[in-house]
Design a protein around this ligand. Structure first.
Ligand code: ADP
Ligand code: MG
Length: 724
């Protein structure tokens, strides 16, 4: 495949060359002739300050005059869009209501009467002689066709077959054609110079893209629907390309400038860990360890995202990486978002490294057991002092902790591997702070683990500066989890019967209590109440334990131990059990008010079972009350246990919000691009960015594109996009 070669930059800024994004961005909308002062102000309210803002304020949809319905073809009760010419309008009062009637005719000359309640301003909005597209349900009253409270899009006095409809303009008192007129003025005045295009013709031909100018014209004033589609494809690609260039440049820059540590995964601790496992590694675990080994061995810091479905066995991979650091004479840190998780992970890691020893010449034997320390805000002062001193001198090899690990008092002598669990809950600043803990200049190898699978293209966009490893294989011998949705009281009763039957058979169960938003206190109360009610009724006679975020740490460990050792039959818990809890004998999980949880969270909670040899069941309890997205979520959980498939469903249902916070989306310049619809374009943009960005992150060969990235995303956003 021919390489994408960048286009020549425009030679003379402001001169006769094609107009660049930087120029458009520097030009205020007040410089246009068409809007007038009041409209300029209104545009400002929409965030349209520069001509570039205006040009990237894309139509929400288009009205195709030739494709609207006509009244004559419609039946009463049918919903349709009709293009009409506005005639007389009047408002009368009927009791406390103002009723506005607007007479219109469609293209065939048939009458359509519009009725609005308490919207007297419609009289002003719908000026006689102009055109509008109305969307509503057809009714007939004494033989006159009409619509009550239809959705109205003004076409105004614009000509042409296809008319763009702009978003939000009515809110600030702008009509959609006010915007259309201003956009057309820009396009007209720009025409002689044309728009600078960061992709040259060869590249465009290879990618099957129209040029930048044709795209801007085509999206705002298409002559035909497919012209708008081609324009959209190009402009979407541009958004994604800018993002990928920013991410990739940053990644390569970091790699080229930072000094990493050379570490190996073939030392004695790693070997003894792997040899001592009661199971062989899965193929995926071996492959991922190979990827990590190669990263650790390079003097460039690792920056890797480890994705794996629930139960895929991420912990052993992470622990091996951490021991690799210790084997190489360095220290390892595991950082998790909550205290409960820190305790659970510390316990899990301790369990895995039991029996492993490190050299210690102050002891008689010259060795001592490898220590795994736990640092949270609840760590007692004396213990805390000891751990901090040990981190500073290098005597503490492995530490698991929360945000306490990035406190000001923390300095780490030789951080070799830093594992960050559940990346999405940490802020960028916090991750950056963690990396600054090193006493020397070397940057540790970082492994980010996420138990929430992310669709591939979404990962490319959100974690574009990380390498990605995927554990896409579950350890053998897992029995599939059967998931059911209990909607009726009978089905709920049968859920409790399933729990009792499991306990009778020697198994254990979890009951997840309702999510109470915004208040941990009421969540705790709800968990306590649920436990009391169940213990008194449905689960009478069983040993029912309770776990939530406010149970004191020591008691929490006791409860977990009791459950692990089978001294508790049923554990009633809040979402604190979402991650890291591993009790293979538990085979039933009942999730109450399941419709309140998101797909990813339900999947995590379900992953608490199905970890042993016994068949497992997940019961989602939720009334079926006409909430289509909740039903779609629960239906997906019932249908599949594949986390990646669920992630795709989640992306479809929730859109970008799943993987990108609102704030990030806002700053990310993704106005057209949708990670759902445009998966193929994300991949293409990634590939092209890979060809354009220099090996050390240089953008010198692509000055025009680099300028666009800086103008559109801003230096700050470029850093923000590149998480940590
Ligand atoms: P994850 O963190 O990916 O959800 P864990 O690391 O908690 O998964 O592993 C889930 C369970 O599977 C643990 O009990 C672990 O000991 C076990 N396990 C991990 N790898 C294997 C393997 N290769 N074969 C069998 N069991 C495994
Ligand atoms: Mg785990």
């Amino acid at each position: 495949m021919a390489q994408v070669r960048p286009a020549e930059p425009s030679p003379a800024p402001g001169g006769g060359g094609p107009i660049t994004v930087a120029e458009l961005d520097a030009l205020g909308v007040e410089r246009l002739r068409s809007p007038g002062a009041r409209r300029v102000e209104a545009m400002g309210e929409l965030g349209l300050h520069s001509v570039w803002d205006l040009l990237t304020h894309y139509p929400r949809r288009y009205i195709d005059r030739s494709r609207q319905a006509v009244v004559r073809d419609l039946r009463v009760g049918e919903e349709a869009m009709v293009l009409v010419r506005i005639g007389a309008a009047s408002t009368r009062r009927s009791g406390r209501r103002a009723i506005t009637t607007v007479h219109t005719v469609d293209g065939e000359g048939d009458r359509l009467r519009l009725t609005f309640f308490n919207q007297p301003w419609r009289e002003r909005q719908l000026t006689a002689g102009t055109e509008a597209v109305v969307f509503g349900r057809l009714e007939r009253f004494r033989d006159v066709a009409g619509m009550t409270a239809p959705i109205v899009d003004l076409v105004g006095d614009r000509t042409g077959r296809i008319v763009p409809v702009y978003p939000q303009s009515e809110r600030v008192g702008l009509s959609t054609w006010d915007i259309g007129r201003a956009v057309e003025e820009v396009l007209r005045r720009a025409a002689p110079r044309g728009f600078a295009d960061p992709l040259d013709e060869t590249a465009r031909r290879r990618l099957g893209m129209v040029d930048r100018g044709a795209a801007l014209v085509g999206i705002h004033t298409p002559a035909a629907p497919d012209e708008a589609a081609a324009a959209r494809r190009r402009l979407t690609f541009d958004e994604l390309l800018r993002m990928q260039v920013a991410l990739l440049a940053r990644k390569r820059r970091l790699e080229a400038s930072a000094i990493g540590r050379v570490q190996r995964l073939d030392g004695p601790l790693v070997r003894r860990l792997l040899d001592g496992l009661p199971f062989p590694l899965t193929g995926a675990q071996r492959r991922v360890l190979g990827e990590i080994d190669a990263d650790l061995a390079r003097p460039v810091p690792m920056h890797r995202l480890l994705q794996g479905d629930v139960g895929a066995g991420k912990t052993v991979v992470a622990v091996a990486a951490m021991l690799g650091a210790v084997d190489s004479g360095n220290q390892a840190l595991l950082m998790v978002p909550t205290e409960v998780l820190a305790e659970q992970h510390a316990a899990a890691v301790r369990g895995m490294v039991e029996g492993l020893t490190v050299e210690d010449h102050s002891t008689l034997t010259g060795t001592r057991p490898l220590r795994v320390d736990l640092l949270t805000n609840r760590t007692p002062a004396g213990e805390r002092r000891r751990i901090l001193a040990g981190l500073r001198t290098g005597d503490v090899e492995v530490v698991v902790g929360t945000h306490a690990l990035i406190g000001d008092a923390v300095t780490v002598a030789r951080p070799g591997v830093v594992v960050i669990d559940e990346q999405h809950r940490f802020g960028v600043e916090q991750r950056a702070a963690l990396l600054r803990r090193s006493a020397d200049d070397a940057v540790p190898d970082v492994l980010v683990m996420t138990a929430t699978p992310i669709p591939r293209t979404a990962a490319m966009t959100v974690y574009g500066d990380l390498d990605v490893s995927v554990l896409n294989e579950l350890p053998p011998g897992r029995t599939p989890i059967t998931t059911t949705w209990a909607r009726t009281p009978e089905e709920v009763a049968s859920a409790w019967a399933t729990v009792r039957a499991a306990v009778t058979a020697g198994r254990q169960a979890y009951v997840v209590t309702p999510l109470v938003e915004d208040s941990e206190k009421s969540e705790v109360a709800s968990a306590e109440r649920t436990r009391a009610e169940l213990a008194d009724d449905e689960l009478l006679g069983l040993r029912v334990g309770l776990l939530h975020g406010r149970v004191p740490a020591a008691e929490r460990l006791t409860v977990m131990d009791d459950f692990r050792l089978g001294r508790i039959d049923v554990l009633v818990a809040t979402t604190v059990i979402e991650v890291g809890v591993d009790v293979p004998n538990a085979t039933v999980v009942v999730i109450l008010d399941a419709d309140r949880f998101g797909i990813a969270q339900l999947h995590q909670l379900r992953g608490r079972v199905g970890r042993g040899v016994h068949a497992s069941t997940c019961i989602l309890v939720a009334a079926d009350d006409d909430n289509p997205t909740a039903a779609a979520r629960l239906g997906a959980l019932v249908r599949t246990t594949d986390g990646f498939e669920l992630a795709e469903v989640d992306l479809d249902l929730r859109g970008e919000g799943t993987v990108m916070g609102e704030r990030q989306k806002g700053r990310s310049d993704l106005k057209l691009a949708s990670l759902r619809r445009d998966r193929a374009l994300v991949e293409l943009a990634r590939e092209v960015a890979g060809e354009l960005v220099g090996p050390s992150g240089e953008l010198a060969a692509i000055p025009l594109l680099a300028e666009e990235v800086a103008v559109v995303l801003g230096e700050e956003a470029v850093d923000f996009l590149a998480k940590s």
